[in-house]
Design a protein around this ligand. Structure first.
Ligand code: AHR
Ligand code: AHR
Length: 483
């Protein structure tokens, strides 16, 4: 059985079922998600390898070879048509065209399920999915349940990495107009114990960890790589549950009365579905989503426990975040451009500014040093790498406003993540494309001899101009350092 077969047996059927990694009904053979590639704008749908099985990631890999792909639709497997697509502007605008949010890179969150590769949905700040015209999702004070499987190590304090029920207007229409899973370490509203991240409920104008609006010490900091997050609500009562999605059982972090603030009892749910954003399209959060559902009716703990056992049996595990020629920790490297204009230019820096410069073995030693980098374990994720300036120990290549800089490591989570890159096989077939860990749609690109993390789906000049040279501009021969 799949998770939704278990919810159906419990009398609380799935009315939305979303996953890019696997079928959530044992008989499901339809499309899980759609990807769109940059090279020609074509789309394709990715289905499970077999009924109830894991997504056919190999089909995505071949469709997306030598180009970039975005996840354009996350299909609803419940049959109700509650698909998730690029979120429109609401109370806040997203960074893409016409105020829409960004779409996720199709290969930003690789994992394996029972040894088979699949891809999750890697939400960078600015990315979001939504459906404002749903069928069968709870409204008003009606009962519902939901779970999501998430990456417990990918989070931030921005508002709001959510999955669940939100406003149909994408605007903040008041307390109690949402009921969604939240995951992250925001301290703006509620908190749990420790430093976070926490599973909380976004009920609008507040992230809630329990009855008290500020803190519930029984809501623990999540420490597992894969996390199962559960929120459910019915008239007067609600609950938060959670556990390690790769082993063990669920615990109840809160179960009881609605929060002690006005507007949350009764609830005023509107029945839209959001992923990766707040109800008003706040787009500051990050996180990774693998699968999740919403039910009609308040699921029993026993039903959720059987769903957790099913998730554990799916055996989520990590896999390599890099591809292409190895960029090895401990080596000292240079990055040579491969665009026809510029094959004698290397990534270098002038103070904090990263650029490309002509460098040869007979260049002055200061210039050679400025184009030489030590590869260290990724400051924000040790499965990827960071690049320390050979001439300025303690300073690293990082992006800020999508521009590459060499900055001193200030030790913050933001710096560490901005300085972490996951080398991929070069998009033009040469060397490596150096992808930003925290923005997997973005990679090192030289443009007018300056250096950025660019996306062919972005809106900046360095993203969209000279589209024909994009793949060359983001492909670098990683060779030995000059010094
Ligand atoms: O409740 C927290 C957030 O507050 C909601 O997600 C958003 O709509 C509002 O800004
Ligand atoms: O480069 C994109 C973002 O810009 C970085 O993550 C952040 O440091 C800055 O706001």
């Amino acid at each position: 059985a799949g998770p939704c077969d278990l919810y159906a047996s419990g009398g609380t059927p799935c009315v939305a079922a979303h996953s890019t990694t696997r079928a959530l009904f044992s008989a499901f053979t339809g499309s899980l998600y759609q990807v769109k590639r940059a090279s020609d704008g074509a789309t394709t749908n990715i289905a499970p390898l077999s009924a109830g099985g894991v997504a056919n990631a190999a089909a995505q890999d071949s469709f997306c070879a030598r180009t970039t792909c975005l996840i354009t639709i996350i299909f609803d497997q419940s049959g109700r048509g509650n698909h998730l697509t690029q979120a429109p502007p609401g109370g806040f605008s997203g960074p893409s065209s016409n105020g829409f949010d960004n779409l996720a890179a199709a290969n930003g969150a690789p994992v394996t399920l029972n040894g088979q590769k699949a891809y999750g949905v890697f939400i960078s700040p600015g990315t979001g999915y939504r459906n404002d015209a749903t069928n069968g999702i709870a409204t008003g004070d009606a009962a519902e349940g939901m779970y999501a499987v998430l990456d417990g190590t990918h989070f931030n304090g921005g508002c709001c990495f959510d999955y669940g029920n939100a406003e149909t207007s994408a605007r903040d229409t008041g307390n109690g107009h949402m009921e969604a899973i939240y995951f992250g370490n925001s301290r703006t509203w509620g908190t749990g114990s420790g430093n976070g991240p926490w599973i909380m409920a976004d009920l609008e104008n507040g992230l809630f960890s329990g009855f008290n609006t500020r803190n519930n010490p029984a809501d623990p900091t999540v420490t597992s790589r894969f996390v199962t997050a559960v929120v459910k609500g019915e008239p007067s009562t609600w609950a938060i549950r959670g556990g390690n999605a790769a082993s063990g059982s669920l615990s109840t972090f809160y179960s009881g009365a609605r929060p002690n603030a006005s507007g949350y009892n009764p609830m005023h749910k509107e029945g839209a579905i959001i992923l990766g954003i707040g109800g008003d399209n706040s787009v500051g959060a990050q996180g990774t989503f693998y699968e999740g559902v919403m039910t009609s009716g308040f699921p029993s703990d026993a039903t959720e426990n059987s769903v957790q056992a099913n998730i554990v049996a799916a055996r989520y595990a990590t896999t390599s975040l890099t591809s292409g020629p190895a960029v090895s920790v401990g080596s000292a490297v240079s990055f040579r451009a491969t665009t026809a204009c510029c094959t004698t230019r290397y990534i270098a820096h002038t103070g904090t500014t990263v650029n490309t410069q002509e460098v040869t073995s007979s260049s002055p030693s200061a210039l050679k040093l400025s184009a030489s980098w030590t590869v260290v374990a990724g400051l924000g994720n040790s499965a990827c790498v960071s690049f320390e300036a050979r001439d300025t120990p303690g300073s690293f290549i990082r992006h800020s406003n999508f521009t590459l800089l060499v900055d001193a490591n200030d030790g913050t989570k933001q710096f560490n993540e901005d300085a972490t890159f996951c080398p991929q096989a070069g998009l033009n077939g040469q060397g490596n494309t150096i992808r930003a860990w925290s923005y997997p749609t973005r990679s090192f690109r030289h443009f007018d001899n300056a250096a950025f993390v660019a996306s062919s789906d972005g809106v900046n000049t360095f993203d969209v101009a000279d589209a024909a040279s994009f793949n060359d501009d983001v492909s670098w021969v990683v060779g030995s350092a000059f010094a």
